[in-house]
Design a protein around this ligand. Sequence first.
Ligand code: ACO
Length: 427
Amino acid sequence: MSEKATLEFNGQKYDFPIVHGTEKEIAINISSLRAVTGGVTTIDPGFKNTGSCESAITFLDGEKGILRYRGYSIEELAAKADFLEVAFLLIFGELPTDEQLSKFHEDIKENSIVDDDIRKILDAFPKSAHPMGVLSSLTSALTAFNPGSVNVESEEDMYNSVVKLLGKLPVLVAWTMRKKQGLPLDYGDEDLGFVENVLKMMFKQPNKAYVQNPIIVNALNKLLILHADHEQNCSTSTVRIVGSSHAGLFASISSGISALWGPLHGGANQAVLEMLEAIKEDGGDTKKYMAKAKDKSDPFRLMGFGHRVYKNFDPRAKIIKVAADEVLNDLGVEDPILDIAKGLEREALADPYFVQRKLYPNVDFYSGIIYRAMGIPVDMFTVMFALGRLPGWIGQWREMRLRKEPIGRPRQIYSGETARSFSSSKR
Ligand code: ACO
Protein backbone atom coordinates (compact mmCIF):
# COMPACT_ATOMS: atom_id res chain seq x y z
CA MET A 1 0.00 0.00 0.00
CA SER A 2 1.36 3.35 -0.97
CA GLU A 3 1.72 6.01 1.69
CA LYS A 4 -1.13 8.50 1.80
CA ALA A 5 -2.87 11.08 3.95
CA THR A 6 -6.63 10.83 4.36
CA LEU A 7 -8.92 13.81 4.79
CA GLU A 8 -12.42 13.24 6.08
CA PHE A 9 -14.91 15.94 5.19
CA ASN A 10 -18.71 15.80 5.39
CA GLY A 11 -18.62 12.04 5.83
CA GLN A 12 -16.45 11.45 2.73
CA LYS A 13 -12.84 10.29 2.78
CA TYR A 14 -10.26 11.59 0.34
CA ASP A 15 -6.71 10.25 -0.07
CA PHE A 16 -3.74 12.38 -0.98
CA PRO A 17 -0.23 11.25 -1.91
CA ILE A 18 2.81 12.03 0.21
CA VAL A 19 5.90 13.77 -1.15
CA HIS A 20 9.28 13.15 0.52
CA GLY A 21 12.18 15.56 0.25
CA THR A 22 15.80 14.35 0.19
CA GLU A 23 16.23 15.69 3.74
CA LYS A 24 13.25 13.68 5.03
CA GLU A 25 10.79 16.55 4.76
CA ILE A 26 7.24 15.29 4.35
CA ALA A 27 4.45 17.02 2.45
CA ILE A 28 0.88 16.14 1.56
CA ASN A 29 0.26 16.79 -2.10
CA ILE A 30 -3.17 18.39 -2.20
CA SER A 31 -3.05 19.46 -5.84
CA SER A 32 -6.20 17.37 -6.56
CA LEU A 33 -8.13 18.71 -3.52
CA ARG A 34 -10.52 21.04 -5.35
CA ALA A 35 -11.17 18.56 -8.13
CA VAL A 36 -12.02 15.62 -5.88
CA THR A 37 -14.01 17.56 -3.27
CA GLY A 38 -15.92 19.71 -5.73
CA GLY A 39 -14.28 23.02 -4.84
CA VAL A 40 -13.01 22.81 -1.25
CA THR A 41 -9.79 24.75 -0.85
CA THR A 42 -7.26 25.40 1.95
CA ILE A 43 -6.43 28.60 3.77
CA ASP A 44 -2.99 29.31 5.19
CA PRO A 45 -2.27 33.03 5.72
CA GLY A 46 1.39 33.85 5.21
CA PHE A 47 1.86 30.33 3.74
CA LYS A 48 3.17 29.15 7.10
CA ASN A 49 2.33 25.51 6.25
CA THR A 50 2.36 25.61 2.48
CA GLY A 51 5.15 24.41 0.23
CA SER A 52 4.88 26.38 -2.98
CA CYS A 53 7.33 24.26 -4.97
CA GLU A 54 9.95 21.54 -4.92
CA SER A 55 13.43 22.99 -5.04
CA ALA A 56 16.98 21.56 -5.15
CA ILE A 57 18.81 24.79 -4.32
CA THR A 58 18.77 25.55 -0.59
CA PHE A 59 17.96 23.40 2.40
CA LEU A 60 17.29 24.86 5.79
CA ASP A 61 16.15 23.31 9.03
CA GLY A 62 14.88 26.02 11.30
CA GLU A 63 14.77 23.81 14.39
CA LYS A 64 18.35 22.59 14.06
CA GLY A 65 19.73 25.85 12.65
CA ILE A 66 20.99 24.24 9.43
CA LEU A 67 21.47 26.14 6.17
CA ARG A 68 23.01 24.54 3.06
CA TYR A 69 23.35 25.72 -0.53
CA ARG A 70 23.20 22.75 -2.94
CA GLY A 71 24.32 20.51 -0.05
CA TYR A 72 27.28 22.64 1.12
CA SER A 73 27.00 24.05 4.65
CA ILE A 74 26.83 27.81 5.02
CA GLU A 75 29.62 27.62 7.61
CA GLU A 76 31.99 26.01 5.10
CA LEU A 77 31.04 28.28 2.23
CA ALA A 78 31.37 31.44 4.35
CA ALA A 79 34.80 30.32 5.56
CA LYS A 80 36.28 29.09 2.29
CA ALA A 81 34.42 30.27 -0.81
CA ASP A 82 34.34 33.37 -2.98
CA PHE A 83 31.02 35.03 -3.61
CA LEU A 84 31.20 34.32 -7.35
CA GLU A 85 31.84 30.61 -6.73
CA VAL A 86 28.74 30.54 -4.55
CA ALA A 87 26.77 32.47 -7.17
CA PHE A 88 27.75 29.92 -9.84
CA LEU A 89 26.86 27.06 -7.50
CA LEU A 90 23.43 28.45 -6.68
CA ILE A 91 22.52 29.25 -10.28
CA PHE A 92 24.01 26.31 -12.18
CA GLY A 93 23.93 23.59 -9.51
CA GLU A 94 27.64 22.71 -9.08
CA LEU A 95 30.76 24.54 -7.98
CA PRO A 96 32.67 25.92 -10.97
CA THR A 97 36.02 24.47 -12.07
CA ASP A 98 38.92 26.96 -11.95
CA GLU A 99 38.48 27.50 -15.67
CA GLN A 100 34.73 28.04 -15.40
CA LEU A 101 35.22 30.44 -12.51
CA SER A 102 37.78 32.61 -14.26
CA LYS A 103 35.62 32.68 -17.43
CA PHE A 104 32.58 33.55 -15.29
CA HIS A 105 34.45 36.45 -13.73
CA GLU A 106 35.80 37.66 -17.10
CA ASP A 107 32.32 37.52 -18.63
CA ILE A 108 30.83 39.42 -15.68
CA LYS A 109 33.45 42.18 -16.10
CA GLU A 110 32.84 42.20 -19.85
CA ASN A 111 29.14 42.82 -19.17
CA SER A 112 29.51 45.46 -16.49
CA ILE A 113 28.96 48.46 -18.76
CA VAL A 114 25.61 50.07 -18.03
CA ASP A 115 24.10 52.13 -20.83
CA ASP A 116 24.87 55.79 -20.23
CA ASP A 117 21.19 56.65 -20.64
CA ILE A 118 20.56 54.84 -17.33
CA ARG A 119 22.46 57.73 -15.75
CA LYS A 120 19.76 60.09 -17.06
CA ILE A 121 17.09 58.00 -15.35
CA LEU A 122 19.14 58.03 -12.16
CA ASP A 123 19.53 61.81 -12.43
CA ALA A 124 15.75 62.22 -12.49
CA PHE A 125 15.44 60.75 -8.98
CA PRO A 126 15.54 63.22 -6.09
CA LYS A 127 18.51 62.74 -3.79
CA SER A 128 16.04 61.95 -1.03
CA ALA A 129 14.78 58.83 -2.85
CA HIS A 130 15.32 55.60 -0.94
CA PRO A 131 18.11 53.57 -2.61
CA MET A 132 15.94 50.42 -2.70
CA GLY A 133 13.29 52.22 -4.76
CA VAL A 134 16.00 53.56 -7.05
CA LEU A 135 17.66 50.15 -7.44
CA SER A 136 14.39 48.40 -8.16
CA SER A 137 13.49 51.04 -10.80
CA LEU A 138 16.91 50.95 -12.46
CA THR A 139 16.87 47.14 -12.55
CA SER A 140 13.49 47.28 -14.21
CA ALA A 141 14.84 49.93 -16.62
CA LEU A 142 17.64 47.52 -17.60
CA THR A 143 14.94 45.48 -19.36
CA ALA A 144 14.43 48.32 -21.82
CA PHE A 145 18.15 48.40 -22.57
CA ASN A 146 18.43 44.60 -22.84
CA PRO A 147 15.11 43.83 -24.52
CA GLY A 148 15.54 40.20 -25.74
CA SER A 149 13.68 37.71 -23.56
CA VAL A 150 15.71 34.90 -22.00
CA ASN A 151 15.20 31.45 -23.47
CA VAL A 152 15.58 29.53 -20.25
CA GLU A 153 16.05 26.24 -22.16
CA SER A 154 19.18 27.63 -23.81
CA GLU A 155 22.22 27.31 -21.52
CA GLU A 156 23.98 30.03 -23.52
CA ASP A 157 21.08 32.46 -23.35
CA MET A 158 20.68 31.91 -19.62
CA TYR A 159 24.42 32.26 -19.00
CA ASN A 160 24.51 35.54 -20.93
CA SER A 161 21.67 36.97 -18.85
CA VAL A 162 23.33 35.85 -15.61
CA VAL A 163 26.64 37.57 -16.42
CA LYS A 164 24.77 40.69 -17.51
CA LEU A 165 22.91 40.90 -14.20
CA LEU A 166 25.97 40.11 -12.09
CA GLY A 167 27.94 42.65 -14.11
CA LYS A 168 25.47 45.49 -14.07
CA LEU A 169 23.79 45.27 -10.66
CA PRO A 170 26.97 46.18 -8.70
CA VAL A 171 27.35 49.25 -10.92
CA LEU A 172 23.76 50.27 -10.17
CA VAL A 173 24.34 49.66 -6.46
CA ALA A 174 27.42 51.92 -6.46
CA TRP A 175 25.74 54.59 -8.59
CA THR A 176 22.71 54.64 -6.31
CA MET A 177 24.94 55.42 -3.34
CA ARG A 178 27.24 57.87 -5.15
CA LYS A 179 24.35 59.85 -6.62
CA LYS A 180 23.00 60.44 -3.10
CA GLN A 181 26.43 61.56 -1.97
CA GLY A 182 26.98 63.82 -5.00
CA LEU A 183 30.01 61.79 -6.14
CA PRO A 184 30.87 61.18 -9.82
CA LEU A 185 29.71 57.83 -11.17
CA ASP A 186 32.24 55.17 -12.04
CA TYR A 187 32.39 51.89 -13.98
CA GLY A 188 34.86 50.09 -11.77
CA ASP A 189 38.16 48.44 -12.47
CA GLU A 190 38.76 45.46 -14.77
CA ASP A 191 41.76 44.30 -12.75
CA LEU A 192 39.95 43.77 -9.48
CA GLY A 193 38.10 40.84 -7.94
CA PHE A 194 34.30 41.10 -7.76
CA VAL A 195 34.12 42.21 -4.13
CA GLU A 196 37.11 44.58 -4.38
CA ASN A 197 35.52 46.16 -7.43
CA VAL A 198 32.21 46.69 -5.63
CA LEU A 199 34.04 48.44 -2.78
CA LYS A 200 36.09 50.62 -5.09
CA MET A 201 33.05 51.61 -7.16
CA MET A 202 31.25 52.60 -3.98
CA PHE A 203 33.99 54.36 -2.04
CA LYS A 204 36.59 55.75 -4.46
CA GLN A 205 36.97 59.49 -3.92
CA PRO A 206 37.65 61.44 -7.12
CA ASN A 207 40.85 63.01 -5.72
CA LYS A 208 42.32 59.92 -4.01
CA ALA A 209 43.50 56.44 -4.88
CA TYR A 210 41.30 53.75 -3.29
CA VAL A 211 43.23 51.44 -0.97
CA GLN A 212 41.65 48.03 -0.39
CA ASN A 213 41.39 46.81 3.19
CA PRO A 214 41.54 42.97 3.22
CA ILE A 215 39.48 42.83 6.42
CA ILE A 216 36.65 44.71 4.75
CA VAL A 217 36.96 42.68 1.54
CA ASN A 218 36.76 39.46 3.54
CA ALA A 219 33.78 40.67 5.59
CA LEU A 220 31.83 41.81 2.52
CA ASN A 221 32.57 38.52 0.73
CA LYS A 222 31.13 36.70 3.76
CA LEU A 223 28.10 38.94 4.02
CA LEU A 224 27.26 38.46 0.34
CA ILE A 225 27.57 34.67 0.69
CA LEU A 226 25.42 34.59 3.83
CA HIS A 227 22.67 36.49 2.05
CA ALA A 228 22.94 34.67 -1.29
CA ASP A 229 19.87 32.43 -0.92
CA HIS A 230 17.34 31.44 1.68
CA GLU A 231 14.83 29.22 -0.11
CA GLN A 232 11.23 30.43 -0.40
CA ASN A 233 11.37 33.70 1.58
CA CYS A 234 9.17 36.69 0.71
CA SER A 235 11.38 38.20 -2.04
CA THR A 236 12.34 34.85 -3.59
CA SER A 237 8.71 33.74 -3.68
CA THR A 238 7.97 37.08 -5.32
CA VAL A 239 10.64 36.51 -7.98
CA ARG A 240 9.29 33.01 -8.65
CA ILE A 241 5.66 34.12 -8.80
CA VAL A 242 6.37 37.09 -11.08
CA GLY A 243 8.52 34.86 -13.29
CA SER A 244 5.78 32.23 -13.36
CA SER A 245 3.75 34.54 -15.60
CA HIS A 246 6.79 34.35 -17.95
CA ALA A 247 7.69 37.95 -17.15
CA GLY A 248 11.39 38.51 -17.95
CA LEU A 249 14.30 37.84 -15.62
CA PHE A 250 15.19 41.51 -15.04
CA ALA A 251 11.57 42.44 -14.30
CA SER A 252 11.28 39.51 -11.88
CA ILE A 253 14.48 40.54 -10.08
CA SER A 254 13.21 44.12 -9.85
CA SER A 255 10.07 42.85 -8.09
CA GLY A 256 12.26 40.82 -5.72
CA ILE A 257 14.13 43.98 -4.78
CA SER A 258 10.83 45.70 -3.94
CA ALA A 259 9.75 42.76 -1.78
CA LEU A 260 13.09 42.74 0.02
CA TRP A 261 12.73 46.43 0.89
CA GLY A 262 10.13 45.92 3.64
CA PRO A 263 11.26 46.17 7.28
CA LEU A 264 9.90 42.69 8.10
CA HIS A 265 12.25 41.25 5.47
CA GLY A 266 15.53 42.70 4.11
CA GLY A 267 14.69 46.18 5.32
CA ALA A 268 15.20 44.89 8.87
CA ASN A 269 18.94 45.62 8.70
CA GLN A 270 18.19 49.33 8.25
CA ALA A 271 15.42 49.15 10.84
CA VAL A 272 17.82 47.55 13.37
CA LEU A 273 20.31 50.40 13.09
CA GLU A 274 17.55 53.01 13.27
CA MET A 275 16.17 51.30 16.35
CA LEU A 276 19.59 51.20 18.03
CA GLU A 277 20.14 54.89 17.18
CA ALA A 278 16.72 55.77 18.61
CA ILE A 279 17.49 53.87 21.84
CA LYS A 280 20.83 55.70 22.10
CA GLU A 281 19.16 59.10 21.55
CA ASP A 282 16.61 58.18 24.22
CA GLY A 283 19.32 57.61 26.83
CA GLY A 284 20.30 54.00 26.04
CA ASP A 285 17.69 52.39 28.31
CA THR A 286 17.42 48.93 26.72
CA LYS A 287 15.01 47.70 29.42
CA LYS A 288 12.45 50.31 28.36
CA TYR A 289 12.57 49.00 24.78
CA MET A 290 12.41 45.39 25.90
CA ALA A 291 9.21 46.28 27.75
CA LYS A 292 7.82 48.03 24.65
CA ALA A 293 8.59 44.97 22.49
CA LYS A 294 6.64 42.75 24.89
CA ASP A 295 3.69 45.13 25.27
CA LYS A 296 0.94 43.89 22.94
CA SER A 297 -0.69 47.33 22.83
CA ASP A 298 2.55 48.82 21.49
CA PRO A 299 3.36 48.15 17.80
CA PHE A 300 7.12 48.29 18.53
CA ARG A 301 9.04 45.07 17.77
CA LEU A 302 12.62 44.34 18.53
CA MET A 303 14.00 44.58 15.02
CA GLY A 304 16.53 41.90 14.14
CA PHE A 305 14.83 39.38 16.42
CA GLY A 306 12.66 36.47 15.34
CA HIS A 307 12.44 34.59 12.10
CA ARG A 308 9.67 32.78 10.28
CA VAL A 309 11.65 29.55 10.01
CA TYR A 310 14.54 29.70 12.48
CA LYS A 311 13.08 28.82 15.85
CA ASN A 312 16.37 27.85 17.48
CA PHE A 313 19.08 30.11 16.10
CA ASP A 314 19.92 31.64 12.75
CA PRO A 315 23.20 30.01 11.63
CA ARG A 316 24.00 33.11 9.56
CA ALA A 317 23.73 35.26 12.70
CA LYS A 318 26.37 33.09 14.43
CA ILE A 319 28.85 33.55 11.56
CA ILE A 320 28.14 37.23 11.19
CA LYS A 321 28.49 37.90 14.90
CA VAL A 322 32.06 36.60 14.78
CA ALA A 323 32.73 38.61 11.60
CA ALA A 324 31.32 41.76 13.24
CA ASP A 325 33.67 41.33 16.21
CA GLU A 326 36.64 40.83 13.86
CA VAL A 327 35.83 43.89 11.77
CA LEU A 328 35.24 46.13 14.77
CA ASN A 329 38.42 44.93 16.52
CA ASP A 330 40.58 45.14 13.41
CA LEU A 331 39.29 48.56 12.47
CA GLY A 332 39.50 49.71 16.07
CA VAL A 333 35.88 50.85 16.01
CA GLU A 334 34.32 51.76 19.33
CA ASP A 335 30.66 52.20 18.76
CA PRO A 336 28.14 52.94 21.54
CA ILE A 337 25.49 51.39 19.28
CA LEU A 338 27.30 48.09 19.68
CA ASP A 339 27.00 48.20 23.46
CA ILE A 340 23.27 48.81 23.11
CA ALA A 341 23.00 45.89 20.66
CA LYS A 342 24.90 43.59 23.01
CA GLY A 343 22.72 44.70 25.95
CA LEU A 344 19.51 43.99 24.02
CA GLU A 345 20.80 40.62 22.90
CA ARG A 346 21.78 39.64 26.45
CA GLU A 347 18.41 40.70 27.88
CA ALA A 348 16.33 39.12 25.12
CA LEU A 349 18.13 35.76 25.34
CA ALA A 350 17.30 35.60 29.07
CA ASP A 351 13.75 36.93 28.84
CA PRO A 352 10.88 34.38 29.04
CA TYR A 353 8.85 36.32 26.41
CA PHE A 354 11.61 35.89 23.83
CA VAL A 355 12.65 32.41 24.99
CA GLN A 356 9.09 31.01 24.89
CA ARG A 357 8.46 32.44 21.42
CA LYS A 358 11.89 31.24 20.23
CA LEU A 359 12.91 34.75 19.17
CA TYR A 360 16.66 34.83 18.53
CA PRO A 361 18.81 37.45 16.83
CA ASN A 362 18.61 36.99 13.05
CA VAL A 363 21.21 37.76 10.38
CA ASP A 364 20.10 41.37 10.17
CA PHE A 365 20.73 42.09 13.81
CA TYR A 366 24.50 42.05 13.16
CA SER A 367 24.85 42.84 9.45
CA GLY A 368 23.99 46.51 9.94
CA ILE A 369 26.70 46.85 12.57
CA ILE A 370 29.35 45.62 10.10
CA TYR A 371 27.99 47.74 7.24
CA ARG A 372 28.13 50.78 9.49
CA ALA A 373 31.76 50.02 10.45
CA MET A 374 32.57 49.77 6.72
CA GLY A 375 31.19 53.26 6.17
CA ILE A 376 28.09 52.16 4.28
CA PRO A 377 25.16 54.55 4.85
CA VAL A 378 22.21 53.08 6.73
CA ASP A 379 19.77 53.39 3.83
CA MET A 380 22.16 51.33 1.66
CA PHE A 381 22.13 48.31 3.98
CA THR A 382 19.19 46.61 2.26
CA VAL A 383 20.76 47.37 -1.13
CA MET A 384 23.83 45.36 -0.03
CA PHE A 385 21.49 42.54 0.94
CA ALA A 386 19.91 42.69 -2.53
CA LEU A 387 23.33 42.42 -4.16
CA GLY A 388 24.05 39.30 -2.10
CA ARG A 389 20.62 37.77 -2.80
CA LEU A 390 20.91 38.26 -6.58
CA PRO A 391 22.34 34.77 -7.38
CA GLY A 392 19.65 33.13 -5.25
CA TRP A 393 16.89 34.99 -7.06
CA ILE A 394 18.37 34.08 -10.45
CA GLY A 395 18.85 30.42 -9.51
CA GLN A 396 15.31 30.16 -8.16
CA TRP A 397 13.86 31.88 -11.25
CA ARG A 398 15.76 29.51 -13.53
CA GLU A 399 14.68 26.45 -11.56
CA MET A 400 11.05 27.52 -11.57
CA ARG A 401 11.07 27.97 -15.37
CA LEU A 402 13.03 24.77 -16.06
CA ARG A 403 10.59 22.80 -13.93
CA LYS A 404 7.81 24.34 -16.04
CA GLU A 405 5.90 25.40 -12.95
CA PRO A 406 2.36 26.69 -13.61
CA ILE A 407 1.56 30.35 -13.12
CA GLY A 408 1.33 31.18 -9.41
CA ARG A 409 -2.26 31.96 -8.64
CA PRO A 410 -3.45 31.26 -5.08
CA ARG A 411 -7.10 30.89 -4.14
CA GLN A 412 -8.97 32.96 -1.55
CA ILE A 413 -11.94 32.58 0.75
CA TYR A 414 -14.26 35.43 -0.13
CA SER A 415 -15.59 37.21 2.97
CA GLY A 416 -17.25 40.30 1.45
CA GLU A 417 -20.83 41.25 0.63
CA THR A 418 -22.98 38.64 -1.09
CA ALA A 419 -24.83 39.62 -4.31
CA ARG A 420 -26.84 42.86 -4.06
CA SER A 421 -28.49 45.05 -6.67
CA PHE A 422 -27.15 48.38 -7.82
CA SER A 423 -29.10 51.62 -7.50
CA SER A 424 -27.29 54.85 -8.31
CA SER A 425 -27.32 57.62 -5.72
CA LYS A 426 -27.06 60.13 -8.60
CA ARG A 427 -30.53 59.37 -9.82
N1 ACO B 1 9.76 41.60 18.83
C1 ACO B 1 8.77 41.33 19.70
N2 ACO B 1 7.87 40.32 19.53
C2 ACO B 1 8.01 39.55 18.43
C3 ACO B 1 9.03 39.77 17.49
C4 ACO B 1 9.94 40.84 17.72
N3 ACO B 1 10.93 41.09 16.85
N4 ACO B 1 8.92 38.86 16.49
C5 ACO B 1 7.87 38.09 16.80
N5 ACO B 1 7.32 38.49 17.98
C6 ACO B 1 6.20 37.86 18.69
C7 ACO B 1 4.86 38.19 18.03
O1 ACO B 1 4.28 39.35 18.57
C8 ACO B 1 4.09 36.94 18.32
O2 ACO B 1 3.67 37.00 19.67
P1 ACO B 1 2.28 36.30 20.13
O3 ACO B 1 2.45 34.84 19.86
O4 ACO B 1 2.16 36.66 21.57
O5 ACO B 1 1.22 36.93 19.27
C9 ACO B 1 5.12 35.82 18.22
O6 ACO B 1 6.36 36.46 18.56
C10 ACO B 1 5.23 35.19 16.85
O7 ACO B 1 5.46 36.23 15.88
P2 ACO B 1 4.91 36.19 14.40
O8 ACO B 1 4.85 37.60 13.89
O9 ACO B 1 3.66 35.37 14.33
O10 ACO B 1 6.05 35.37 13.69
P3 ACO B 1 6.28 35.34 12.13
O11 ACO B 1 6.98 34.07 11.85
O12 ACO B 1 5.03 35.62 11.37
O13 ACO B 1 7.24 36.62 11.88
C11 ACO B 1 9.17 37.98 11.66
C12 ACO B 1 8.61 36.54 11.72
C13 ACO B 1 8.37 38.79 10.61
C14 ACO B 1 10.63 37.92 11.22
C15 ACO B 1 9.02 38.61 13.06
O14 ACO B 1 9.75 37.86 14.01
C16 ACO B 1 9.48 40.09 13.09
O15 ACO B 1 8.69 40.98 12.78
N6 ACO B 1 10.77 40.34 13.44
C17 ACO B 1 11.31 41.69 13.41
C18 ACO B 1 11.69 42.06 11.98
C19 ACO B 1 12.93 41.36 11.48
O16 ACO B 1 13.95 41.30 12.16
N7 ACO B 1 12.84 40.83 10.24
C20 ACO B 1 14.00 40.19 9.58
C21 ACO B 1 13.74 38.74 9.34
S1 ACO B 1 15.18 38.01 8.64
C22 ACO B 1 15.08 38.37 7.01
O17 ACO B 1 14.09 38.66 6.42
C23 ACO B 1 16.34 38.30 6.30
